[in-house]
Design a protein around this ligand. Structure first.
Ligand code: GLN
Length: 202
């Protein structure tokens, strides 16, 4: 029997519960992560939306930044939504002074890229590797303005703006799928977890 998959949800700030509920509905054990020891024995991690500068600060105060960076580099599957994507990006535009990211994704993201009236909107998107359209909610969302050679764009808005990327163990979306009960990106994270288990076991 395969052991239950344990997926953490970084629970410093933001919409933690919705992610935990989706992971549980997919048969994973969801672990809310607030302290470094809660990162132990995780098979994957979700970094939720919220305010990236706040999550950055709290992760340093709580001693989570360094262990998290180490886990990302070791190949832990991680999915970041919105602020979570910002935290996974190697480079950000529009950061507040001193704002850091965990990094890992070979991309540049522009914070709060949809100004004015369209700060928040819902749409449906084609995502490479997922059948049928994906429900996507954008809330003061970032845009992916550069996709480096190690990353792959997997979704774009009709105007061409990239809003989802994949790179090895990492997955990032500008939008929130969890607000529409959309679970297929979380499923993709669980696939990355299973792939990694196969590689480790081989
Ligand atoms: N604007 C937020 C930031 O820069 C992200 C918004 C979100 O996660 N919904 O961190």
């Amino acid at each position: 029997m395969t052991a239950l998959v344990r997926v953490g949800v970084l629970a410093l700030q933001g919409d933690v519960r919705e992610h935990a509920a989706i992971l549980t509905s997919l048969g994973a054990e969801a672990v809310l992560v607030r302290r470094p020891e809660q990162l132990e024995d995780l098979d994957g991690l979700v970094i939720p939306g919220g305010e990236s500068s706040v999550i950055d600060k709290l992760s340093r105060i709580f001693g989570l930044r360094d262990p998290l960076r180490a886990l990302i580099a070791e190949g832990l599957p991680v999915y970041g939504t919105c602020a979570g994507l910002i935290l996974l990006a190697d480079e950000i535009e529009g950061a507040i002074e001193g704002q850091l990211t965990f990094g890992g994704l070979d991309v540049t993201v522009a914070r709060n890229a949809f100004g004015g009236q369209v700060e928040s909107f819902e749409t449906k998107l084609d995502v490479t590797g997922i059948d049928g359209e994906v429900a996507a909610t954008f809330i003061r969302a970032p845009l992916i303005t550069r996709v480096g050679p190690r990353a792959q764009a997997i979704a774009a808005l009709p105007g061409g703006g990239v809003v989802a990327v994949a790179q090895g163990n990492l997955l990032g979306t500008s939008f929130h799928p969890e607000m529409n009960g959309e679970s297929r990106l979380h499923e993709r994270l669980l696939e990355l977890v299973h792939e990694r288990r196969r590689v480790v076991a081989a």
